[in-house]
Ligand binder design. Sequence first.
Ligand code: RRO
Length: 300
Amino acid sequence: MRIDKPLKLAGITLANPLMNGAYIGSKTLRDIELLANAQSGAVVVGSISVRPRARNPGRGYWLHKERLYALNSYGLPNGGMPYFKRVLPEMVRRVHAKSKPLIANVVGFSKEEFVPLIRLAEESGVDMAELNFGCPNVWDNGTQKAILSYDPKLMQETLRYIRSAAPAIPLCVKLSPLPPDILQEVAQVITDSDVVRAVTATNSYPNGALNSGTRVDIEEALAGLTGRSLKPISLGVVTQLRALLPRHIAIIGSGGVSSANDVQDYLAAGAAAVQLATALVEDGPSVFEKIHYQATKRKM
Ligand code: RRO
């Protein structure tokens, strides 16, 4: 299995199956410039919300001392539509200059909010919009905002509304790690939606508790779990989705990818491509080069 060969995903071409996931280092023009120069097959920008958002108070990110997992609670900080109206076309130019597609991860707090975000992506020349249905860390006066992934009915309504707006670019849905019963229902909703071309599985596992295994600053807070411990869970979701979704819906695996072996596991489970986030926080964009090097050595 080689990873340095082009592939098609939802009609767009990638030089290889590696890309960053939307993460804390994929939000500004400077971030996107760095990612454009990395040895990935695509770049993801975001998450982008309608209105600008500040970070949640506190550190935002904790790594287990033996790197078994990370926890994050940033709360979707980003410049919102005002910022991305200005910079998204330039982000597209810089990523296309490296012969890669740009994927925009967008998040609405209602079905209506997704549409202007998708329009912004289309008008800016973005190649695919990834709908973030798994954002775990947004709280309002002590109440957590709904995580769409766990509410198939709301997801169905949202996708129907989006379909009626006739999006002009392919759409991908990024899901949370789902338990088996909800997973089957969600797979059916996505299949029936007639508007989804790809699924990213998975976002972080919501509402992990900070504890003594995290390195510093133990606080009373809930946070999304990512990294190595998430991998078997996400890999299981990919395996189940691949069996349930029709072949024309591609799967992007995400959760604990930091080596060629991880990539191979996701591709073997039926993913067409993979996203990295925690490994990028820890090691920076050179992790892509490391994976290509490992893949050559392993004769993947
Ligand atoms: O910003 C975050 O806290 C965050 C988001 Br929007 C997300 O989708 N997943 C995550 O783990 N953190």
